[in-house]
Design a protein around this ligand. Structure first.
Ligand code: CTP
Ligand code: MG
Length: 376
């Protein structure tokens, strides 16, 4: 087996995506574009070199670790070609090199293997291509010119594969002229060397515009999820009665924190919806630091945890079961306070249990919440 390096160029600024962060670090379907790209490459028989935005090396390393991929990380340059050149330097010693755009984050393993197979069968340069499906015309400004026969056209994708020595020679020959190149095979072709085409894959589309990011998110999984959370506390605390983020008349609820069953149920519903466990994993419920802590503190922590994982609350509904307090009397106030914590509409309702059980006897209070969350 020959040594292969897989250079993942991820140093672009993502101007057309317009997120205000480098495209590789932009969140799509709950994870950075680079993370999706690296997950798709896990298991490829190659040493991975990630070319990160200068200053973003540590972030790229953390993303690679999350993706479960061992990668060398180097800083990229001002143009894509500069970034590939930086990757090539780091890929010293490799016999074959694959160059892949991190922005083609959904490229399937089978495509990578197809390129590798052609390379190992003896090709010096391999590029995955797709036919062009739209009608294509030449244009000068707004004016449309001649139809270009699309049957004679192919769209270039990545990963592109090369004998390392050939690609190095192509880069050396191109000199400063490399800045204008948008892929690597064209520099090899400029040497007069043959480039072999293999079938590309629709999934290897380049995330370039916001619409591309939406398409990627749709392909990567559901855009919304629901969760449920339940909490119960007995009356008997020393403190005031705190329910739904409000203070009420009467004896408080027992508990290590303020016992606000509504907030606690909301926390579990939010975390559950995002697949992030429950309130115990969020704060360590017996942590002395949280003795008497307000329910609000936990809700805000949960919302932050969701954001870290690319989720945001869409709506929450919560029902309180018990004989007191009378939720209906302060429903609007409770809903406003909770909505401010969650950052989305919260509806609150109350019901009794018709005198049945501990709740019916007024020994405690239960809350049941559901949450809808969406990918950020
Ligand atoms: N790239 C790079 N270094 C650059 C420019 C681009 O490593 N100086 C990488 C990008 O990170 C991307 C791939 O080359 O994975 C294809 O580039 P493109 O889609 O143009 O990405 P950006 O340059 O980030 O986007 P834009 O052109 O919209 O700013
Ligand atoms: Mg670009």
């Amino acid at each position: 087996m020959t040594a292969t390096a897989l250079i993942v160029v991820a140093a672009g600024s993502g101007t057309r995506l317009g997120r205000g962060v480098p495209k590789a670090f932009a969140t799509v379907a709950g994870a950075p574009v680079l993370e999706h790209a690296l997950r798709g490459l896990a298991g490829v028989d190659a040493r991975i070199v990630v070319v990160a935005p200068a200053g973003g090396e540590a972030e790229a390393r953390a993303i690679a670790a999350r993706a479960g991929v061992e990668a060398d990380v180097v800083a990229g340059g001002a143009t894509r070609a500069d970034s590939v050149a930086a990757g090539l330097e780091a890929a010293e010693g490799a016999e074959h090199v694959l160059v892949h755009d991190a922005a083609r984050a959904l490229a399937p393993r089978a495509l990578v293997e197809r390129v590798l197979a052609a390379l190992r069968a003896g090709a010096g340069a391999v590029v995955p291509v797709l036919p062009v499906v739209d009608t294509i015309r030449a244009a000068e400004g707004e004016a449309l010119g001649a139809i270009v026969d699309r049957a004679a056209l192919r769209a270039m994708q990545t990963p592109q594969g090369f004998e390392a020595a050939l690609l190095r020679r192509a880069y050396a020959a191109a000199g400063e002229g490399r800045a204008a190149s948008t892929d690597d095979a064209q520099l090899v072709q400029a040497l007069g060397e043959p480039v072999v085409a293999v079938p590309g894959d629709e999934l290897a589309f380049k995330i370039t515009t916001p619409a591309d990011a939406d398409r990627a998110a749709m392909l990567l999984g559901p855009a919304t999820r629901v969760g449920i959370g339940v909490d119960v506390h007995a009356f008997g605390g020393d403190g005031p009665l705190r329910v739904a983020g409000l203070e009420w008349e009467g004896q408080g609820l027992a508990g290590h924190s303020d016992g606000d069953v509504v907030c606690h149920a909301i926390v579990d519903a939010l975390l559950g919806a995002a697949g992030l466990g429950d309130i115990g994993g969020l704060v360590g419920v017996d942590d002395p630091q949280h003795a008497g802590a307000r329910g609000e503190t936990f809700v805000r922590l949960a919302v932050e945890r969701l954001a870290e994982h690319g989720w945001r609350p869409q709506s929450v509904s919560v029902q309180v079961l018990g004989v007191r307090p009378r939720i209906g009397a302060r429903r609007d106030e409770a809903q406003a306070v909770l909505a401010a914590m969650v950052g989305a509409p919260v509806s609150v309702s109350g019901t009794t249990t018709d005198g049945l059980g501990a709740l019916g006897r007024g020994e405690g209070l239960q809350a049941i919440a559901t949450a809808l969350v969406a990918r950020a």
